[in-house]
Ligand binder design. Structure first.
Ligand SMILES: [Ca+2]
Ligand SMILES: [Ca+2]
Ligand SMILES: [Ca+2]
Length: 174
């Protein structure tokens, strides 16, 4: 039993570490506010929203909130950068509720970007549209969608999308 839990911890650490790489856009080995701003620019650009648009501004705001949340979680102050070790040590062991709190404003905003018809659900075609812009192959998009649609409703709720984003940013599907 003990053996298994060590392995789980190790694989969780490696997932969080990969998520860190994804966020550390300039590859400096530390997360800074510049990384988060660049990530926000990149994401919004992929959705096709121009700099200065409302969507762009909203997204910058929630990205800053996400960044502040990460710093608070880890116990740093405003100007500090976040090292890989600090990030992994915290998020590999974080409670899902803590992650949810940190990620919520970001998830809600990103959900609005996905949900282009504003019906409160992300349909498969809304999900595909975004991922095609990243050049993700169709079979992988479909596989991911099926995996995320845990209740099999054929579309994604905010809850289901949250798990996906949580995996990207903090290294696990929760
Ligand atoms: Ca960096
Ligand atoms: Ca929709
Ligand atoms: Ca669903």
């Amino acid at each position: 039993m003990h053996q298994v839990s060590i392995e789980q911890t190790e694989s969780q650490r490696s997932r969080v570490s990969k998520a860190f790489d994804l966020m550390d856009l300039d590859g400096s080995g530390e997360l800074s506010v510049e990384d988060i701003e660049a990530l926000a620019e990149q994401l919004v650009g992929r959705f096709g929203f121009a700099p200065g648009s409302q969507q762009h501004e909203d997204f910058r705001r929630v990205s800053t909130q996400l960044w502040q949340g990460v710093q608070q979680d880890i116990g740093l102050s405003a100007g500090d950068k976040v090292s890989r070790k600090e990030y992994v040590d915290f998020y590999a062991n974080a409670e899902p509720a803590a992650i949810r709190r940190t990620l919520a404003p970001f998830t809600e905003q990103l959900f609005k970007l996905f949900d282009t018809d504003g019906d409160g659900r992300v349909s498969k075609s809304e999900f595909e549209r975004y991922h095609r812009a990243w050049g993700v192959p169709q079979d992988r998009i479909e596989g991911t969608f099926e995996q995320l649609d845990t209740d099999g409703s054929g579309d994604l709720s905010q809850e289901e999308l949250h798990k996906y984003l949580s995996g990207f940013i903090f290294g696990d599907f929760r």
